[in-house]
Design a binder for this molecule. Sequence first.
Ligand SMILES: [Zn+2]
Length: 684
Amino acid sequence: MTVSARGRIRLWAGLVFATACSSGRTSAPSTTPVPAEGSAATEAPAAPTSAGGIPAAYRLEAPEWWAHAIAQGTRTTTGAPGPNYWQQYASYKLEAELNPVLKRLTGRGRVVYYNRSPDSLPVVYVQAYQNLFREEAKRNQQTPKLGGIDFDRVMAEGKILSSVAKPTEPGYTVTGTIMELRLPKALAPHDSLVMEFDWQFRVPSETAPREGQDGEVWFIAYWYPQLAVYDDVNGWQIDQYLGRGEFYMGYADYDVKLTVPTGWLLDATGTLENATQVFTPQTLARLDSARTGTTIVHVVTEKDKADSVATTKGADGKLTWHWTARNVRDFVWGTSPRYLWDAARAVTDSAKGKITSSSLVSAFYRPEAVRSYWDEAARYGRHSVEFFSKKLWPYPYPHMTAVDGPEGCGGMEYPMLTCIGGTYDSLSLYEVVTHEIGHMWFPMMVGSDEKRYGWQDEGFTQYDQSQAMADFFKGFDDEARNRDYYLRGAQAGYEEEMMKPADRYGNDQSYGIAAYWKPATVLVALREALGRETFEKAFREYGRRWLGKHPTPWDFWNTFDNVTGQDLSWFWKEWFFETWKLDLALDTVQIEGDSAAIVMENRGKAIMPVPLAITREGGGVERVMVPVSVWFGGEKRYTLKVAAKPAITKVEIDPEHGYPDSNRGDEIWSRGRAASSVTPTSKR
Ligand SMILES: [Zn+2]
């Protein structure tokens, strides 16, 4: 999901934006032993051996379930899935009809659940997300109050299950947004279970989060009984849907028939199986040219709508759209009588100048949405799909569609579809389109638990968004924006640790910092510390290892440690589990004979390697990375000795501004100041 530009303004309104300033502290004389002097210090000094490795305060402790997963062989200490890794699977055959007059959706379906776990399951759990809207529902967001979902029929293994059966008998119980099915007989390991459901609910208004209808456009999500995830670390993950915290979904196949009024356009997760039955020859021909050409094609225009020549007539004023999707986390759809449709081909992979794979990128929007630049959305989508395909790995799905949805959607991601509501300028529309498309990689392809570890989905996507924006708006510094939101929020007292379930944050600001801006920012800091190439290699390797699987934070951290060959636990501990501040400072530069002593301080609790740019007379710049281990012994000061000649004119810590330094302004020393000055010049 995106925190929209408007949401962000709302989020930060009322915060006092304190400006960073130089502390002006005087420092105690250095007692830190200075390492043996090298020649000209263009190489990083060796770590002091007295530090004795990573101190306890900076060490990562693995939870009990982690040790269990390692013992079971489902996960590994290298971060790769273990030899005994397993995950459940499901196959959904669903039918639904939307009645826009009654605003009701009626559905029925047959679900096959494959138990690939080594466990026997006497009960299974199904999500009933629409119960977020029940009058009495527990929630941490404002929502409309409706009836929730009504189950008219629930069956398992051919037997009707009753909601009034005794808890000791087969039957079902709905508690909040979770439905428990007590099976006639336990589902054995490696066996499958057939369930059937009939259900209905009133589609919520545009004040619902992430879905709904505004009388014109209908975005239908959380609309069918979806199996909860049963995995090797949690067993059943049945946390309630309260509004803020997002989702954890298993992979499944879908075969779905959707009936809506004739003349409406509809797009959904997957492949449309009956295109020749729902589209006119004109629409089919334009789609074809979009798939094979290089331009944005107006598949359905305003005139086509007026002339009713986009879709076929159907029967009884209705048309049924048949979709299939394989190995996806969810299935959603958007439909409206008012949609226009732009489409273009995105190249997702190529070899030797030849396109080896491509996907159809579309925008569905109302005519008046051009005021929010929706006529650019297909182009934005194409750039995003092509950019991430190159940067991460190729987009694998048959299409990607940006849907102009009800306001409550804000920006919300679903497999192959994003629902985007509200008003935008061109920068913020690109931002939301690229953010939601970024989510196709995390968490759609790399299926983490968003509810418990929001940063593994939102933080990674916020980071990726910044890369796409820098490419699209040449040089646009979205990373600086993220860092600014994080630091200002932290300064205003909203920071809570990142390792916390989304629904346990005190407020939306704290969740925003912990799930979006802080993780995106610390990834940049890690990239600065490791070097871009190493960072990107590890980031991609994490994705490759966990593609279509369920990684935990430990799998991410261990993969980084494994790929980089470094023990980065100090970094994971301080940024993910703590709310420590980073405050690196240059104290002074002193000439001592042939050497220049660069004295730096660590005034915060967080530690980082120190990237330095040393400028000398004549303009030459040396780059030095002081290893993080110089702080392992709890040192607050560290002196780096370099050659005094040619004369040093300027020294700067973190010259790329990749670190979230809470007190920027004490990172630069420049000649002209007294050599022993303890208040270096402030640049910004
Ligand atoms: Zn998001």
